[in-house]
Design a protein around this ligand. Structure first.
Ligand SMILES: O=P(O)(O)OC[C@H]1O[C@](O)(CO)[C@@H](O)[C@@H]1O
Length: 517
């Protein structure tokens, strides 16, 4: 570790208060030289993507999330209008909600938001809320799963009386995601039970013509905001998906977009020496040998960024985790991402990072400012912020001393602008990395397999339900009747027993368990 090595390895954008330090990644100059052809191609690929090329060939779609913060970039007037129109509309909607012009049927002002969505249709709003929502004009709650207990917990937080003052945002690009549909059905049931008109409390954010879009029309939703097919779920936080809730919360969405636009501007420059997103992609490539051999451990040293690692988990893993490259070769690409926050994890998993399996590189996120306003000394001469900085610097060094590499990203403070900057940085690094390893970062075929298998399980579950009688039967007998896999049938029966639909009599092993009505 030396100041000259640090200086030589640092990319900084002083106007943005941003820097990226890859000095502890030991990037080799000759390796970088050898990558120059791929680097050039990656710059060209991203230029073409931003110019509207079909960058998602499997789905035949353009990839337009970079236009969201610079609509002038969008290749046609129609696409530009699809960004600026909804942006103006959602701002106006937020003003009306805040002013009480859009209110609950009884005239009560909305005080709460309930966002129903999953994956990219929830993670962005959750990150934005956690990082920036401390002074929120409306309290936000989430249904991001089909877990009934989780739904009940959230409804209890809102409370029976709070429901009438709660605006529900149902967010689904496809408009057909089962978890989100279930969440909406559960929310509607809660409104019905409270004698409230769900539609008069609800807003849909979805693709035009989707099931949700039609349901919103049928139920007379208060408003609808479109989601375009050229914005992927995991990069949708700067579309209506992230901006509607953020504007309703009173978060400065113009600053958020401006931060992303500023990072885009810097990382649009085709110069590997100064382009932080390209440097990040190269560091990932070098660490994992271009094959994801090392996991990415994300450690923001700031409580308000704790969800950033979870957010990046979807952005990176859903984008890069692919079985085939663009030429159809089997490659099984990806980078595993996990993390939480520092210094908290020094008391949890940093022990393994320092001394255990060396299968990762760390990404520290440093926020230079400790807190707004006055601070106190926690001991003579030192503040809590001094300690946080000490732990970050100390851990980084301790890891390096035991051969564990790390990247350090620094920002001045957490605000809408800097959060926008960070998100844009990683989005562009993902785009570059995908080009470097020649994969399509913009589809997610693997997710479909689990969805299909879940649908098959539900069909089996319903068939099993139809076979239950007062006479006890074991799983093999029911499986024979429904022509199903005995183990799957056993799990159906066990599920029904756990939820009080059937009685279970335990045998010596699951094969001997019997079930009856
Ligand atoms: O917005 P939707 O269509 O409900 O999808 C939610 C999430 O599900 C996925 O499609 C994966 O199943 C993600 O890519 C997406 O963010």
């Amino acid at each position: 570790m030396s100041l000259s090595n640090y200086s030589a390895s640092l990319i900084r954008y002083p106007d943005l208060g941003f820097s990226l330090d890859t000095s502890l990644m030991d990037l080799d100059a000759s390796w970088l030289e050898g990558m120059s052809g791929k680097i050039e191609k990656a710059f060209v690929d991203l230029q073409k993507l931003e110019a509207g090329e079909i960058a998602n060939p499997d789905e035949g779609r353009m990839v337009g999330h970079y236009w969201l913060r610079k609509p002038e970039l969008a290749p046609t007037d129609e696409l530009r209008a699809a960004i600026t129109g909804p942006l103006a509309a959602l701002k106006e909607f937020a003003v009306k909600v805040h002013g009480g012009e859009v209110a609950a049927p009884g005239g009560e002002r909305f005080e709460n938001l309930l966002l129903i969505g999953i994956g990219g249709s929830a993670l962005g709003p959750q990150l934005v809320n956690d990082a920036l929502g401390h002074d929120s004009q409306l309290n936000i709650h989430f249904f991001d799963n089909t877990d009934p207990a989780g739904i009940d917990r959230t409804l209890a937080e809102i409370g029976q009386t709070g429901l009438s003052r709660t605006l529900v945002l149902v967010v689904s690009k496809s408009g057909g995601t089962p978890e989100t549909r279930n969440g909406m059905v559960e929310a509607k049931a809660a409104y019905d039970a409270a004698g409230l008109d769900f539609g008069k409390h609800a807003v849909a954010i979805t693709g035009e013509g989707s099931k949700l879009d039609k349901f919103a029309d049928e139920e007379g939703f208060l408003a609808k905001f479109p989601m375009e097919d050229w914005v992927g779920g995991r990069t949708s936080v700067m579309s209506t998906v992230g901006l509607v809730p953020a504007a309703l919360q009173g978060i400065d969405i113009d600053d958020f977009l401006a931060g992303a636009a500023a990072m885009d501007e810097e990382t649009r420059k085709a110069d590997a020496g100064t382009n932080a997103a390209m440097r990040l992609a190269l560091a990932w490539h070098a660490a994992g040998n271009g094959k994801g051999e090392k996991d990415m451990v994300v450690l923001p040293y700031k409580d308000s960024l704790v969800l950033f690692s979870k957010y990046l988990q979807q952005l990176v893993m859903e984008s890069l985790g692919k079985s085939e490259d663009l030429d159809g070769n089997t490659v099984h690409q990806g980078i595993a991402v996990y993390g939480n926050k520092g210094s908290t994890d020094q008391h949890a998993y940093v022990q393994q990072l320092r001394d255990g399996v060396p299968n990762f590189f760390a990404t520290f996120i440093e926020v230079r400012k400790g807190r707004d306003g006055d601070t106190i000394e926690v001991e003579p001469g030192n503040t809590s912020a001094d300690y946080l900085q000490g732990f970050l610097r100390g851990t980084r060094k301790a890891l390096y001393e035991s051969g564990r590499k790390s990247i350090t990203i620094s920002i001045g403070e957490v605000n809408p602008f800097t959060l926008g900057m960070l998100i844009a940085l990683f989005e562009r690094a993902v785009s570059f990395y995908a080009s470097l390893v020649n994969i399509n970062a913009y589809h997610q075929p693997g997710v479909e397999a689990g969805k299909k298998a879940a649908a098959t399980f539900l069909d089996l579950l319903n068939a099993v339900r139809g076979r239950l009688t007062a006479d006890p039967k074991n799983a093999a007998e029911v499986a024979y009747e429904v022509d199903g896999d005995p183990e799957d049938v056993y799990h159906c029966l066990n599920h029904l027993a756990a939820n009080g639909e059937v009685q279970i009599a335990l045998g010596d092993t699951p094969e001997g368990d019997t079930f009856s009505l």
